[in-house]
Design a protein around this ligand. Structure first.
Ligand code: ATP
Ligand code: MG
Length: 180
């Protein structure tokens, strides 16, 4: 599995639709301070189902929507589409390409789609569990996260080991079963 492209529209500093295509091996994003590099990583976290506003460097959902500038009006919807190449079948879906879409409206609603079909957030969490790139995955390492690793409590460290060992899927199922 690898990331093919990311499309952003109205997400943080990306007012108009921008599509980024990723090289199969290595893609570097360069630009001046404040130009939106970290916003790209935030978009990937968000579309993969991140719910923690802190992890998205925002206070609330509305902060994720382009707020306008001196010369530009704000927009009402943020949309991110992440297209993943699934030719090797890493994701448990019978498609060679999987496009995950997340939308948020200023009024507060959210929408999720897998290959254009509406779905629930839970389904997005589930298909990326144990792949390393999901909400609790370890493939996105943010500025300052190495410090967090060094100062983590034993319980937090155990949580990471459990994710890597693929136990997270069963814990989520257990939590959902107990909540019923
Ligand atoms: P650095 O090199 O300093 O890490 P960066 O390229 O990673 O910079 P980002 O943190 O991705 O920069 O982008 C920050 C910019 O995004 C700021 O200018 C901020 O105003 C803008 N921004 C964030 N949220 C919004 C929003 N909702 N609407 C408009 N602009 C936003
Ligand atoms: Mg940055």
């Amino acid at each position: 599995m690898h990331l093919e492209s990311l499309s952003l529209r109205g997400f943080k500093s990306f007012e108009r639709r921008v599509e980024l295509r990723f090289d199969r091996h290595l893609t570097a994003v360069v630009g001046p301070n404040g130009s939106g590099k970290s916003n790209i990583a935030d978009a990937i976290r968000w579309v993969l189902g991140e719910q923690s506003m802190q992890a998205l460097r925002s206070k609330n959902l509305v902060d994720l929507i382009f707020a306008g500038t001196d010369r530009r009006l704000p927009v009402n919807v943020a949309e991110v589409v992440l297209t993943v190449n699934n030719e090797d079948g890493t994701l448990p879906l019978p498609y060679a390409q999987v496009a995950v879409t997340r939308r948020a409206y200023r009024a507060g609603e959210s929408e999720f789609f897998i290959n254009g079909v509406p779905c629930r957030l839970k389904e997005i969490h589930q298909i990326f569990l144990d792949t390393g790139v999901g909400r609790r995955g370890v493939s996105l390492v943010g500025q300052g996260e190495i410090d967090a690793l060094l100062t983590a409590t034993p319980e937090q460290r155990r949580g990471w080991v459990e994710d890597l060992a693929g136990i997270a899927r069963y814990q989520l199922q257990k939590e959902q079963a107990l909540a019923k």
